[in-house]
Design a protein around this ligand. Structure first.
Ligand SMILES: [Zn+2]
Length: 1009
């Protein structure tokens, strides 16, 4: 017995050099899981089994309310406040359909203990204040709060959050799938809360639910890392478990029963709110899936593992049967959301499906036939062993790859096992499972064929789900809500009216109370180390004097190679193709191998290739800009020879001219991008606004790049014979590829161990010589004399980009100095201070936006932003007020300290061995500069902050030399006076995604981007 806990099981995981412990608390039956490792980033989590039992979202609202203050820490938003008092690497709370979990991770022990204390009190002793319930859950309010006749409304954060969720295609589709696939199950409910049912929840039910479910006997604790976990046990016993009394302390454990099995397949036809489509009318696009219920995930984790391999074999990559039958055949442009095996619920599910198909029964039949015939075909002929090898390699690679947040990652992947079993470690058995499978396959070559028969072909628990598009799904829901509210309004008694008015008043009072957060534990500035841990490296030379930086790192049997190529001198008309090049090159075949064959070999021996742009301003001169392309490669050291040979083939003789492959990839990716536009709006808004003030941001803006790919995809889909477009594109890419890989522009880096340095260097020399032989412009300097270097002209955008979302993303960008400038550190602290002390309160708490902040970057830009924001005009006014607030010095010393601690939690983010030294290799950011910057951050004072605000932000605001960009459904009139003004440009750039646009607006097509 240790602090009231008994050890039930100890398990050693040699490959990870970790040990797992399973303990049980004697008196309450609470479970404790610990994974002992040498990782200093210690993780802790409190878990409850909370299966949904209705559609009111009670567990979701409870999660919100737990984070609104507790007995020991009666502070309104302890979570947000701890963000600025802690150097944590992770803090969050997760609500799933059957569990609620509160995880965090931190490196500093004092910090860890502080957070543990706040988390424990938040979960077991929350205040559950009625006023917080009104704010977070739902409430009635009159349009004019004290005017009974002004009309009744519903308000509340979770209610609005779930209304927003209805519009998200991915979560809506998944919910429809799960709620129909399970029978008589907790998964039939919308655990986040269905907006129609949230207002049926009563406050008393919520309090009751907390008592019942947030009980130690229904709890599981999880810890991971290098700290002595016995101290955790002692802490739990002392602060929680020993304090309980009563006779039946074990009686409150909850379980999720298995679904009733269907004896006949079932068909479900439903609707979704359609949004944007590509190449066809949005209102004619349907989604469809065939889904199966498989086994209980805990019954046999090895079997679940095999199912995950099977899922991969059937669906991933160009060689899989579903890809060939559904995508390559042209039947659909992409898979549906959540396709493949899902092991996050009690029983595993397998989903095959597509989206953006024609809304037509004949089409649905074709898709169904393709799926069923595909399954039949592989159940008869089996899989090529090469494909199985590829998947097993992927598993081995993934398990060895160094990760930044191993504890949190593991927790995330293990929620199903933690919730439904007393053995949470199956994810650490992956490699054993892999060996076992290889052995089993030798004895039974039919293994996967048998599984297809068992789990799919003869499994009667199958549903066919079809979601047809509807343009007015959400507006109908709004109408329903409006009508039901007016019925309620008609019947309100005087007593009820008074209660509504009083509740509103007391909530406003509650929200505007000034609160002291001193009671929360806090790290001191003395807890922050004053210098960084130096990264050792060696600079060597490869052939043709091409430099190699070697970072000797404990990379766990893997090597990471990066090639950096300067692309600044590439002609502008070719630069346009760089985003396409980055997306395509990793997926091509070569001169000697088809893309199917080559991609299989590449992924059986390496992690594949990734290519990205890295552009930035010089740390000493803001106007000196560098534009690089970075190729990243990595592999298990056992495969070094083979991996480097394959990389060498892809880099020297890639085949851009397989037009069928090109066509498919572009179409598929453009559909994916178009589906994600609303989700990516904030990134797009930032990239669009930054493009006004920075040359390289204009060249490589994420919005421009993605729209380029979408437009090309759209052209290909519209075009009767896309051959010419593809041929021209391939020629550009080929030209571009050769211009990038020129001798003078190349530099290499290696993260790995000394043992493999020589072998890798020899192979890299071979690679360089091969590039030289294949690339006729290898030695050429690009002649920049003739190409006019156009001088960059700043543009102060005031731009609105329309999307169908009902909320906005607002961005305003200012210029600040370069990294090594003494003012830069002051600007960083100022930015974080504005975000934490001003914007959060004004834009999130009072304004109702989901988030806001200010992010400074070493590229000399300072970005103010808000997202999922209901009021764009108010937000831009708030940005102005924030600057005046700082200029007038209205902030406190505590605000400065908070901003500093928060800043260091970002600056000191953990970097795994595979990425160590990158800032030096890619950005020339050396140890000396970084230490000077650290010390500047620590010494910033109030005068400094006011000074840089006056020097940089105030004049740009007064002169209107900032960029303001809004993404959202702003109409030309009626969205506030600010946008009526003629200085704002409306860009309907997204309209080209629907067919209608092409018919009517041919000539405007080129205007955007
Ligand atoms: Zn929420």
């Amino acid at each position: 017995m240790i602090s009231g806990f008994r050890v039930k099981n100890i398990k050693r995981f040699d490959e990870f050099q970790m040990t797992g412990f399973i303990l049980e608390h004697e008196k309450t039956g609470a479970k404790y899981f610990h994974i002992d490792s040498s990782d200093m980033n210690n993780t802790f989590a409190i878990h409850f089994c909370t299966p949904a039992f209705d559609n009111t979202g009670v567990f979701h609202i409870l999660e919100h309310l737990s984070l609104c203050g507790s007995k020991k820490y009666p502070v309104r938003d302890p979570f947000m406040n701890m963000m600025k008092r802690s150097l944590n690497s992770y803090m969050n709370a997760w609500t799933g359909p059957d569990y609620t979990m509160y995880p965090f991770a931190a490196q500093n022990i004092k910090d860890y203990q502080n957070l543990r204390d706040v988390y424990l009190d938040a979960t077991y002793n929350p205040n559950l204040d009625y006023k917080d319930y009104l704010q977070e859950g739902w409430r009635y309010e009159f349009l004019e709060p004290s005017n009974r006749k002004s009309g009744l409304l519903y308000k509340g954060i979770v209610l609005n959050e779930m209304k927003g969720d209805m519009a998200r295609q991915d979560s809506y589709f998944l919910h429809k799938l799960q709620s129909n696939l399970f029978v008589n199950s907790v998964y039939n409910f919308n655990s986040g809360g269905d907006p129609r049912f949230i207002p049926t929840l009563k406050y008393e039910n919520l309090v009751e639910t907390h008592k019942k479910f947030y009980h130690p006997s229904n709890s599981k604790f999880f810890s991971y890392g290098d700290m002595n976990f016995l101290e955790n046990l002692e802490f739990l016993e002392e602060n929680l478990l020993s304090k309980l009394d009563g006779s039946n302390l074990k009686g409150r454990r909850f379980y999720v029963p298995n679904s009733i099995r269907l004896e006949e397949p079932k068909e479900v036809i439903d609707f979704y709110q359609t949004e944007l489509g590509i190449g066809s009318e949005a209102d004619n696009l349907a989604k469809m899936a065939i889904a199966y219920l498989c086994d209980d995930i805990n019954q046999n984790p090895y079997e679940t593992f095999k199912l995950s391999i099977l899922s991969h074999l059937l669906m991933e990559g160009p060689n899989s049967i579903m890809f060939k039958r559904l995508i390559e055949s042209g039947l659909a442009p992409g898979y549906c959301h959540g396709y493949g095996l899902d092991t996050s619920l009690k029983e595993a599910t397998m989903t095959f499906g597509v989206q953006n198909i024609e809304n037509d029964y004949r089409k649905f039949k074709e898709v169904e036939d393709a799926i069923m015939n595909g399954l039949k075909e592989v159940s008869e002929r089996g899989f090529d062993y090469k494909l199985i090898e590829e998947v097993l390699h992927l598993i081995e690679y993934d398990s060895k790859k160094p990760k930044d947040d191993f504890g949190i990652n593991l927790l995330n992947q293990s929620t199903g096992f933690i919730t439904h079993s007393d053995y949470p470690f199956p994810m650490l058995h992956m490699n054993d499972f892999s060996y076992k499978l290889k052995k089993e396959l030798k004895e039974n070559g039919q293994l996967f064929q048998d599984m297809i028969k068992k789990y799919f072909l003869s499994n009667t628990h199958r549903i066919k789900l079809i979601l047809r598009p509807k343009l007015d799904l959400i507006s109908n829901l709004n109408n329903e809500e409006f009508q039901s509210l007016s019925r309620i309004d008609d019947r309100l008694t005087d007593i009820e009216v008074n209660k509504i008015i009083q509740d509103t008043e007391s909530l406003v009072k509650h929200q505007s109370q000034i609160q002291s957060i001193d009671i929360l534990p806090c790290l001191g500035l003395e807890d922050i180390p004053t210098s960084i841990e130096p990264v050792q490296f060696e600079k060597l030379n490869l052939v043709h004097d091409i430099p190699l930086s070697f970072f000797d790192q404990p990379t766990n049997g893997l090597s990471f190679i990066r090639i950096k190529a300067n692309i600044k001198e590439i002609p502008e008309d070719l630069k346009e193709y760089i985003p396409l090049y980055n997306m395509l090159l990793p997926r091509l075949g070569t001169k000697d191998h088809s893309y199917e064959e080559f991609q299989n070999m590449l992924h059986t021996n390496s992690a594949g290739l990734s290519v990205s742009v890295d552009a930035f301003s010089d740390i000493n001169d803001i106007n000196k800009e560098t534009e690089n392309l970075v190729y990243e490669m990595s592999f298990l050291d056992n495969n070094m020879q083979k991996a480097l040979q394959l990389y060498s083939q892809l880099l020297t003789v890639p085949n851009f001219f397989d037009l069928t492959n090109l066509n498919q990839i572009i179409k598929q990716e453009s559909v994916k991008i178009a589906n994600e536009i609303v989700n990516n709006s904030l990134d797009y808004a930032i990239s669009y606004a930054s493009a006004g003030l920075k040359s390289y941001k204009r060249t490589y803006s994420a919005f421009k790049s993605d729209m380029f790919i979408c437009r090309l995809g759209s052209d290909l889909i519209q075009c009767a014979s896309p051959r010419d477009i593809l041929q021209a594109t391939a020629e550009k890419l080929y030209l571009l590829h050769n211009l990038i890989l020129r001798k003078t522009s190349l530099e290499f880096a290696l993260n790995g161990t000394k043992k493999h340095l020589e072998g890798i260097s020899v192979n890299l020399n071979l690679l360089i010589n091969k590039i030289k032989n294949e690339n006729e412009v290898f030695e050429r300097e690009i002649n920049t004399e003739n190409t006019e270097t156009s001088i960059f002209e700043e543009k102060y955008y005031k731009t609105i980009i329309k999307t169908p979302a009902q909320v906005y993303e607002c961005v305003e960008v200012f210029k600040i100095p370069h990294y090594n400038h003494p003012d830069y550190a002051k600007c960083v602290i100022m930015s974080n201070l504005i975000g934490l002390s001003f914007l959060h309160k004004e834009i999130r708490e009072k304004g109702g936006a989901y988030g806001s902040g200010v992010s400074p970057s070493d590229s000399g830009l300072c970005v103010f932003y808000s997202f999922r924001d209901p009021n764009a005009e108010r937000t831009f006014n708030t940005f102005e007020k924030a600057i005046i607030y700082v200029r007038d010095g209205k902030f406190s010393e505590q605000d400065i300290k908070d901003a500093k601690i928060y800043t260091f939690s970002i600056v000191d983010k953990l970097i795994n061995p595979g990425n160590k030294g990158l800032e030096l290799f890619l950005r020339n950011l050396d140890e000396k500069s970084r230490n000077i910057f650290r010390n500047r951050l620590l010494t910033v004072n109030k005068e400094d902050i006011i000074e840089v605000c006056n020097k940089y932000l105030v004049p740009q605001l007064e002169n209107g030399t900032t960029c303001r960009v809004v993404f959202g459904n702003v109409s030309n009139s009626g969205s506030g006076e600010m946008f009526d003004s003629s200085e704002w440009d409306f860009v309907d750039s997204l309209d080209f995604l629907s067919e209608k646009y092409f018919a009517t607006n041919e000539e405007e097509e080129k205007q955007v981007s």
